[in-house]
Design a binder for this molecule. Structure first.
Ligand SMILES: [Zn+2]
Length: 440
């Protein structure tokens, strides 16, 4: 057992996210193994109340620091780390000019490995402890990812990118070398082999990953849906309704479906544990389809602002009741930092909303990158929070990390003011350390 004394931020699960944060000015976090030998939160609360229950524990004291749940990033592309900050006129030119040429390099195992190593180190530096991320269409890009992720004991999820049309040949799924199977069949076979090899090993998870409907033939989407039915606890990740040109293309390719989003439902790709990035240009029928199937939205505000895609409609999502959380969307997104993404989410909440004058509360914004994102993944009570039983992934924040942060956070008279100071002024300097739950 280990015990840490500092201020502690966590979330009450059955409260409305706008005011669900619980803050202990002088808190104690007690961590110890569960029945499986995994380090989880054993107790958390006010230092003086808890200390008597654990009189013999050696306490690590971090004065002036805040312990908070490790961040949960709902959508990114680990092979696009080098693509961050590449200028383009919009999504489709950006894919052709920067993204596809970079993704081609992931047919190499060694190239993939060095990219994963950098990606994981960057996640940890920024305080991200759980991530759902894309690989490329090359099976070695998935093997390299899981191999490195396992070494770090992190809860990371990825999958083979399914794309058998409408992109340069080197980024598409490849047919079997002997020529017995075409690229579509081979991609589905590879996906299933990777599920069996990696899903549920340590803290790793597999996600069935159609890139987006226009990049997949009907046969590939159908096969992906069959895998999703056969392996119900595997995740699904894709993109939807990001940009108007993309939507028009998807509608032309799949005219029988009611909407772009409904295409995924028609192929059996909407259910619990399905995460769709963007979800910007939705109508209420789309929102209801998300809600009723249990799928969740990965909101990617820095990416949406950078590529000019539009604004996620928080007011519409809350009106209909679909689940969502925040995501970096590296490399369309411009930062690995949850603080940058949370600030961008706040900007988005101010604009393009069906309910004018909306203002996301700081607690609600923070929740979207922690407990809310975990809930969207079906991992509430597992990660993204520090309630008893949660895996002990946490960050230690230093609100004095910069002169301006120190000056501003000292003025905070309530929790929302403190959190908002860090959301607006924070970056990787705020994250003093990232602690990953270990298995004993
Ligand atoms: Zn994406």
């Amino acid at each position: 057992m280990k015990a840490y004394r500092a201020a502690i931020l966590r979330f009450v699960t059955d409260l409305e996210p706008r005011h669900a944060a619980l803050y202990e000015e002088d808190g104690l976090l007690v961590v110890g193994p569960n029945a499986q030998g995994r380090q989880v939160v054993q107790a958390v609360g006010h230092y003086h109340d808890l200390r008597t229950r654990f009189p013999d524990l050696v306490v690590t004291h971090w004065p002036g620091r805040i312990i908070a749940p490790g961040f949960v990033d709902l959508h990114s592309h680990y092979p696009q780390t080098n693509v961050i900050g590449s200028p383009a006129e919009g999504l489709l030119p950006w894919l052709e000019k920067y993204t596809f040429p970079e993704e081609m390099r992931f047919s190499s195992s060694s190239y993939s490995t060095q990219a994963v190593q950098f990606f994981i180190e960057e996640l940890l530096r920024q305080g991200v402890t759980t991530a759902l991320t894309f690989a490329t269409s090359h099976p070695v890009s998935v093997q390299a990812f899981f191999t490195e992720a396992q070494k770090h004991h992190m809860r990371l999820i990825t999958g083979l990118c399914l794309m058998d049309r409408h992109a340069p040949p080197d980024v598409l799924n490849q047919p079997a070398a002997q020529g017995r199977l075409d690229a579509t069949e081979q991609s589905l076979l590879d996906s299933e082999a990777l599920i069996r090899q990696w899903h549920g090993v340590d803290r790793l998870g597999y996600a069935i990953t159609p890139r987006f409907a226009p990049s997949c033939t009907e046969a590939q989407l159908r096969g992906a849906g069959e895998l999703a039915a056969k392996y119900p606890d595997v995740w699904i990740q894709s993109h939807v309704a990001e940009n108007k040109a993309e939507i028009a293309w998807a509608r032309a390719l799949f005219p029988a479906s009611r909407s772009y989003l409904a295409t995924y439902a028609d192929f059996g790709l909407m259910r619990d544990r399905a995460i769709y990035a963007h979800c910007i240009h939705f109508d209420d029928d789309d929102r209801a389809l998300m809600r009723d199937t249990g799928a969740a939205a990965a909101v990617c505000p820095t990416s949406n602002l950078f590529l000019g895609s539009g604004f996620f409609d928080y007011a519409g999502a809350d009106r209909v009741g679909l689940e969502y959380g925040l995501a970096s969307d590296v490399g369309g997104g411009t930062s690995f930092s949850p603080f940058h993404t949370m600030l961008a989410a706040y900007y988005v909440g101010r604009e393009g909303q069906t309910k004018p004058g909306l203002s996301l509360s700081p607690q609600h914004v923070w929740w979207q990158y922690t407990a809310g994102a975990a809930q969207a993944l079906g991992l509430d009570g597992v990660v993204g929070n520090l309630q008893p039983g949660c895996e002990a992934d946490f960050v230690v924040l230093n609100p004095q990390a910069t002169p301006l942060l120190a000056r501003k956070t000292a003025l905070a008279s309530n929790l929302d003011e403190l959190l908002f100071s860090m959301i607006v002024l924070g970056d990787d300097r705020l994250v003093e350390r990232t602690v990953i739950s270990q298995a004993i």
